[in-house]
Design a protein around this ligand. Structure first.
Ligand SMILES: *Cc1c(COP(=O)(O)O)cnc(C)c1O
Length: 464
């Protein structure tokens, strides 16, 4: 399996190099050169398999010769052993033909664990056999950073520096980043906002001398291996609800377009998905794009579903590549327009293709709170604000009632206790396996919003 860049000007790579590279050298994102095909009989044969066994079958063609069968299965089993549910990503019924897929049973209570737990192991295996080390640097608004620290802590092959905006992540998110004691992981509180953190990371990647000196790596959501790992749960849930014999629809709370793109990948590979619903909060650039074809930045306003407060939705580029018949030149032009004028307009053909696969919905702050309260009253379930956005969009987009609708439950309510309590009057409790989170000692590095200072801190850290 070969991987090509969405901008058409970077070298074609195998799975391992595409994973380690993260971003392609031409600024594009890696995607498979062609989609592997899962036939009707391949999907039918997944019925009754464990999550791990299905993951093996889904990942196998994409990973190709990067890992042998034994290694791949070993990494998959290790990745999900710590999940707090035997089904790993279980379905909970909330309506006549409506389901929430709970993706929060991993160690940091958000769906990011599903991919990060696996790619931590893949990075380690690949680096260990080549005798290399990496320094992973990332910026987070909360969930990605905690999942990365949890997945990479204790590894010999990697040092991890996660920059987060000081005072602007929830207490649970901060504690998940600052309480692991392993010396190779570092949570760095930057005096600035999330955009400052992201700008610092970008500046480090653009400083080529520094990049080579510390061999910088990235595990943010543009990493192909993360998208791939998320494709698995579309298969497990669809098969549980009757695929390949009947189609299933999904509603996906969306920010960077990674999770929903994983659903699109599953569909391209033959999984019978009817509709993919892009669910946005008040930061609704993607909803507006589906509605009008105009993709225009308007500025981000903070919400109670903060992991979706995003306007430059990086993985949307992967979809654009397909909408424009895999013409890298067309993608380069759109991306130039977006970074220059802050907007682009989809061609009529691209817009039609987008609408053929995707619906979209928007959920503002009051609506998000109302959905949390209604869900609690009607089903007894306490859901988090991101999941609530998915529920609202699913209701609005509901087409054929005979097609099961699966809403991706992207986080545990206890990760956002203040918003949930304000909405429904119940303060969600952490699961027992992490009930002592508030007692564990924290280890925080404070840093100014200054590139030189951060580079110094990292140099010193990896030498220690
Ligand atoms: C990251 C995140 C999202 C958005 O996922 P994307 O892949 O960026 O679209 C939604 N909900 C939660 C809880 C998240 O952490």
């Amino acid at each position: 399996m070969k991987y090509v860049s969405t901008r058409g000007m970077a070298p074609t790579l195998g799975f391992e190099d595409a994973m380690l590279a993260g971003l392609a050298r031409d600024g594009g994102l890696y995607v498979p050169a062609e989609w592997p095909e899962f036939r009707h009989s391949d999907i039918a044969a997944m019925a009754g398999l464990s999550y791990e066994e299905t993951a093996f079958r889904v990942l196998r063609p994409f990973v190709a010769d990067a890992f042998d069968d034994y290694q791949l299965m070993d990494m998959i089993e290790g990745a999900y052993a710590s999940f707090g549910h035997a089904a790993r990503c279980p379905l909970v019924q909330i309506g006549p033909n409506d389901w929430i897929m709970e993706l929060h049973h991993g160690p940091t209570l958000a769906f990011k664990d599903v991919a990060m737990q696996l790619i931590g192991r893949m990075f380690d295996a690949a680096l260990t056999r080549s005798g290399k080390r990496v320094t992973i640097v990332g910026a987070t608004s909360g969930d990605t950073g905690s999942a990365a620290i949890e997945a990479f802590r204790g590894l010999e092959s990697a040092d991890v520096y996660i920059l987060y905006p000081h005072g602007r992540v929830s207490e649970v998110q901060r504690r998940q980043m600052t309480t692991p004691a392993d010396s190779n992981v570092h949570a760095v509180a930057v005096d600035g906002d999330f955009d400052d953190c992201q700008a610092l990371v970008k500046a480090m990647f653009n400083d080529h001398a520094f990049r080579d000196e510390v061999s910088l790596g990235a595990v943010n959501s543009i990493n192909w291996a993360r998208v791939l790992a998320q494709t698995v749960y579309y298969f497990t849930s669809a098969v549980a609800l009757g695929a390949p014999h009947r189609p299933v629809s999904f509603s996906v709370p969306t920010g960077n377009f990674g999770d929903i793109f994983a659903g699109y990948v599953a569909k391209r590979c033959g999984l019978p998905i009817d509709r993919l619903v892009i669910a946005t909060n008040q930061n609704d650039i993607l909803h507006r794009t589906v509605a009008s074809g105009l993709h225009a930045k308007e500025g981000v306003s903070p919400s109670i579903s903060p992991s979706m407060d995003i306007e430059v939705s990086s993985n949307f580029e992967r979809l654009l590549f397909d909408l424009y018949d895999r013409q890298g030149g067309a993608v380069v032009q759109l991306m130039d327009e977006l970074s220059g004028a802050g907007r682009f307009t989809l061609s009529q053909g691209a817009l039609e293709k987008l609408r053929a696969e995707f619906d979209s919905g928007r959920c503002d702050e009051e609506e998000t709170a109302a959905v949390i309260a209604a869900m609690r009253a009607e089903t007894g379930l306490v859901i988090d604000p991101h999941t609530a956005v998915g529920v609202k969009a699913a209701v609005d987009a509901r087409g054929n009632a005979a097609v099961p609708m699966v809403i991706l439950g992207t986080a545990h309510a206890a990760k956002f206790p203040d918003a949930v309590e304000a909405a429904c009057g119940i303060r969600p409790q952490l699961p027992p396996r992490m009930a002592d989170l508030y007692q564990r000692p924290e280890r925080i590095t404070r840093a100014p919003n200054d590139l030189g200072a951060l580079q110094g801190l990292i140099r010193e850290g990896i030498r220690a």
